[in-house]
Design a protein around this ligand. Structure first.
Ligand code: DGL
Length: 275
């Protein structure tokens, strides 16, 4: 019985993959905007992209098997990303969006060189807060946090296990214990007092899905992330290239080993920041 079920699910996966490839081939004349992240985090960015560019076609690659990226060395991340870009480049793409702060902050120039298409990254928007001298806390993965350690007027915390907790509970994000991660699995100094920080910067796209938990804990005046600036840059590029689609309805294709789960999460998860 067990063997039969395994064979059936195996066959089902093969048929589904063939079907997805068929659909993608069918629309091969489309020029996709590819979106890449280590897992579901980039779906928070994708959700904003489809709102701003309602007529574009998107290709989402969530590399959930290799998550978390934030605890890996730059060398390892680069070799993973090169392999992933090789997969993405099998499709006709007009731009690549790194919906991942860890890749953007650490590897943007290597990835730009390799991708061969216009590549956009997402970065924690620290400059504005620093200039305005706001009390600001940056929450990010360990790898990203290391890049901001010496930024004046900025407190930085690297969270070691939060992305794993989010990935492990993608269909029940209520279960993610943010406060526990903060207390037991974080590096960096911060003031743990409600209302102390004016601004919290979310330096990892996964955290967008637990924004309410973070807000409840710190009670800042505002919580920001790099999506707005990424969209601003992408819009400028597409406009200059006269490449903004005007007539179609948006479509999103999911590729990679976890395509099915990511598509389901994209469809079922509500607006970003509801959890
Ligand atoms: N969501 C990604 C980021 O923005 C990657 C997190 C991870 O895999 O550690 O940093």
């Amino acid at each position: 019985m067990q063997v039969h079920l395994t064979i059936i699910s195996y066959l089902f996966c093969i048929i589904l993959t063939i079907f997805i490839n068929f659909v993608i081939q069918f629309s091969m004349n489309e020029q996709f905007i590819a979106v890449l992240d280590s897992g579901i985090g980039g779906i928070s960015v994708l959700k904003e992209l489809v709102k701003v560019f309602p007529n574009e076609s998107f290709l989402y690659f969530g590399d959930n098997n290799n998550a978390p990226y934030g605890n890996k060395s730059k060398e390892r991340l680069l070799s993973i990303t090169i392999r992933n870009i090789d997969i993405i480049k099998k499709y006709p793409i007009k731009a690549l969006v790194l919906a991942c702060n860890t890749l953007s902050v650490n590897l943007i120039s290597d990835i730009k060189d390799y991708s061969g298409v216009e590549t956009f990254g997402i970065f924690p928007p620290v400059e504005k807060c620093v200039i305005n001298k706001e009390k600001t806390l940056l929450l990010a993965t360990k790898r990203t946090s290391e890049n901001y350690r010496n930024t004046p007027l900025l407190e930085v915390v690297g969270l070691l296990d939060l992305v794993c907790k989010i990935e492990d509970n993608i269909f029940d994000l209520e279960k993610v214990d943010f406060v526990r991660s903060l207390k037991e699995s974080s590096c960096g100094q911060f003031i743990d007092v409600k209302g102390y920080y004016n601004t919290i910067i979310l330096g990892c796209t996964h955290y967008n899905f637990i924004k309410i938990k973070i807000s409840d804990h710190f009670q800042p005046q505002k919580i920001i992330d790099g999506t707005t600036f990424l969209i601003f840059n992408l819009k400028k590029y597409l406009k200059n290239k006269k490449s903004i689609e005007k007539t179609k309805r948006f479509s999103v294709f999911f590729i990679g080993d976890n395509a099915k789960e990511n598509q389901y999460f994209f469809e079922k998860s509500g607006q970003v920041g509801q959890n």
